[in-house]
Design a protein around this ligand. Structure first.
Ligand code: GLC
Length: 732
């Protein structure tokens, strides 16, 4: 439908119809034949409000969504199609590694393919829009939602945000088959809650917000992201759903976004809890003025905005503005012409979990794993080595992350199944302990651990460990210990598992730990004692096959940490692009007391951003610069030669960091400005070239202008953020 016709369409709609478009309820309410207020009608919607709501969330399935669409549209005075949205953040039914793991691939092309598979499968299942990518910068592992982010670095998150949007939406029309609209979230700064506690206050300077937290959202919008989700948190003490400066000045005026803004679940009601609205009528007015177009799961818009509109023309205009954006989104998706979009049961059956998709998920899992330590114990031998696989994650199917709401455990390949499918003859398997102890279990899933069962598990495991050449310990977080509302003040692996590790260590020192987690954990003791540590995050449907292939050398690990692994929880938040301070400790060790340091731990994380080992070794030459001067008009080339000096073909991520040595405001010790992932055979070498321009050196200066400043810069090129392989140039 062309814009003129769409505008006429809007003008023909009643006020109730327009307001209805601004409301989103659970699809569940429409799924029951006849009765449409389902069991979760916690918002207390009336049947009329549910029938009138213009979009729904949380369900998929071609047959069911087609039926819901038919029932919905016939009751619509203008037969406006319903918009189906859901959280597909790392895969629909073929589940890929969690986004934090995908960040560790440093491979945007792979991440784009993962999003494209998620789009194809969910589009066939009738979905129109996914609440992804989540691009919140994260630097505090206590926050459970770090699993949904691609990490601590602005530049890496920008690259991954673009890749995910292009994967979901493609680069053509949203009507294209197998494509769905994306929704970048959570705008803005949700990843920096005070003390790592979910939903807590966010205190960021405007300069830090603009320099570090906003660019990934902007990258998503520049890639054409169709919608934005406003966040729960406050910024400068204003909740995002009511933050006019954030949503109208920054998002719409500065960033040029003219699409739909949807609130997060219940966020309009939360304006009352925050204490900036005394009731839902006031909350509705604040959100409409700020530019929230869709109210997810409250009755603020459906029941309270109309009175505001009848009292004040301004709200009539705001309603028209919001309703028109929503109609435009439905129009871009082609829903007026084809309200089912790609919903197709035959297609669904054919492509969901097909071998091609499974294989892509396996490749993504392989590239997302980070080998943190390896004292020549990996890869394992397929023959002639007695291997005991021990730990609660040996048989766990729940290894696909907290937001995989459509995943089915039976589709997952466990670590044991992966090892068995390689035909490993001398492997034995034992759970060894419960995943969490009784206290956690009560908190997490109300199951008590029977002490007798516990003792039996432990004894069996120690017998296996005693008689093995190598023990692979599959340890890590319970699935409900990570994700939304899963903030943790301690970052240890669960107590029963740490106890099991210590007991196995007493009987066999040849231990390789495979670590399943949704966040960087505190693993100092494990790292000190184990001979190898492989961080596999939550690797998804094909996790077991991927881990087995890496453990036995059929695949070579190449992941790099997208988020620093802390020395201990007391060090958090910890991230590489910190500032010097006036009393930097680095380099002043032993020179006295009065430096920015801890008395009891080092400043450096256990493992830094960008770090990860391979089974082979790479040698990177000194940095070469095409010039040691750069002007606003020129560019200079920074290059190295990298050589595979080991015995495995492997992939390396060559990273470019730049340090602005002096500025009108303090500047980070270094920042990632480029990376290239390449594969080299043993003995092969390649030149890696980065182009450096003045634009890459810009930041918000003392006057909040986004500029570069002349002066001296250091360039570092290496395979981790702590590389010292550098050279200087001057911007004139
Ligand atoms: C949740 C999350 C958000 C998600 C939304 C819909 O509370 O904060 O990321 O997209 O609700 O499920």
């Amino acid at each position: 439908m062309d814009q003129k016709k769409l505008r006429e369409f809007l003008n023909d709609m009643s006020l109730d119809e327009k307001i209805g478009q601004m409301v989103q309820v659970l699809c569940l309410f429409h799924e029951k034949e006849g009765v449409i207020t389902g069991p979760e009608n916690t918002a207390g919607y009336t049947e009329e409000e549910i029938r009138n709501a213009g979009s729904v969330l949380g369900s998929c399935g071609a047959a069911m969504l087609r039926r819901v669409q038919d029932n919905y549209m016939k009751n619509q005075p203008h037969h406006i199609p319903l918009l189906f949205m859901a959280d597909i953040i790392n895969g629909y039914r073929t589940v890929f590694p969690i986004p934090l793991a995908q960040g560790c691939t440093f491979n945007p092309e792979l991440v784009q393919k993962a999003a494209a598979v998620a789009a194809k499968e969910s589009a066939a299942a009738g979905l129109h829009l996914t609440f992804s990518p989540m691009v919140d910068l994260v630097r505090d592992a206590r926050w459970g939602r770090v699993m949904e982010s691609t990490g601590e670095d602005t530049y890496l998150n920008q690259c991954m945000a673009k890749a995910m949007v292009e994967g979901y939406q493609g680069t053509g029309s949203l009507t294209d088959k197998g494509k769905i609209a994306a929704c970048v979230k959570h705008f803005a700064g949700y990843g920096a809650p005070t003390a790592g506690r979910d939903y807590n206050t966010v205190e960021l300077s405007e300069r830090t917000l603009r320099d570090n937290y906003l660019p990934p959202y902007k990258a998503a919008l520049d890639a054409g992201c169709a919608t934005v989700m406003s966040s729960f948190n406050t910024l400068d003490r204003i909740p995002s759903a009511a933050n006019k400066k954030l949503l109208r000045e920054i998002l719409r005026s500065e960033m040029g976004f003219d699409g739909v803004v949807i609130s997060d679940w219940g966020a309009l009601d939360e304006l009352i809890m925050h204490g900036i609205a005394k009731d839902r009528e006031e909350a509705a007015g604040l959100a409409a003025e700020a530019g929230v177009d869709i109210d997810m799961m409250t009755t603020c818009y459906s029941r309270h905005i109309k009175k505001q509109a009848l009292d004040n023309q301004k709200y009539l205009e705001l309603i028209d503005e919001a309703a028109f954006r929503i109609l435009q989104l439905k129009n871009k998706l082609g829903l007026f012409e084809n309200p089912y979009k790609d919903a197709d049961e035959a297609e669904e059956a054919e492509i969901i979990l097909c071998s091609e998709h499974r294989n892509e998920a396996k490749e993504a899992a392989i590239e997302s794993m980070v080998l943190l330590k390896n004292d020549n114990i990996l890869p394992l031998k397929k023959n002639g080595q007695k291997i005991a696989f021990i730990g609660p994650h040996v048989n766990s199917r729940l290894i696909y992350g907290a937001w995989s709401i459509f995943a089915r455990p039976e589709d997952t390949v466990t670590l044991m199944e992966g090892v068995n499918s390689l035909g490993i003859k001398e492997a034995v398997f034992a759970n060894g302990c419960a995943m969490v102890d009784s206290i956690d279990a009560t908190e997490i899933n109300n199951t008590k651990i029977d002490p007798e069962v516990h003792e039996k598990l432990r004894k069996e495991a120690l017998d296996y460990a005693l008689n093995a050449d190598v023990v692979v310990l599959a340890l890590g977080e319970h699935p409900l210990q990570t994700g939304e509302a899963a903030s943790r003040a301690e970052l240890d692996i669960p107590k029963p598992q740490l106890e099991l590790f210590r007991q196995v260590y007493e009987v066999n020192k040849n231990i390789a730990v495979v670590l399943f987690s949704g966040r960087p954990l505190e693993i100092k003791e494990i790292s000190d004692k184990a001979k190898a540590v492989l961080e596999v995050w939550m690797p998804g449907t094909e996790g077991g096959n991927a881990i087995a292939e890496v453990l036995f050398g059929d695949a070579v690990p190449s992941g790099k940490l997208a988020m620093s692994m802390p020395y201990c929880v007391g060090q958090v938040p910890v991230f590489y692009s910190e500032f010097h301070t006036g009393r930097p400790y680095a380099g002043s060790e032993g020179k006295g007391r009065y430096f920015s340091r801890y008395l009891d731990i080092p400043n450096k994380p256990l493992y830094p951003f960008g770090y990860g080992l391979s089974y082979t070794d790479f040698e990177i030459s000194k940095v070469r610069l095409s010039s040691n001067e750069l002007t606003k008009e020129s560019s200079l080339e920074a290059s190295v030669t990298i050589k595979n000096i080991g015995s495995f073909t492997g992939k390396e991520v060559v990273q470019l960091y730049i340090q602005d040595k002096f500025g009108s405001v303090v500047r980070p010790v270094r920042e990632l400005k480029g990376f290239q992932k390449i594969e080299l055979k043993p003995g092969e070498e390649k030149e890696i070239v980065f182009s450096i321009t003045e634009e890459m050196l810009r930041f918000y200066d003392i006057n909040m202008n986004y500029v570069s400043e002349p002066g001296e810069f250091n360039v570092y090129i290496g395979n981790s953020s702590d590389t010292q392989n550098g050279k200087s140039f001057v911007l004139i």
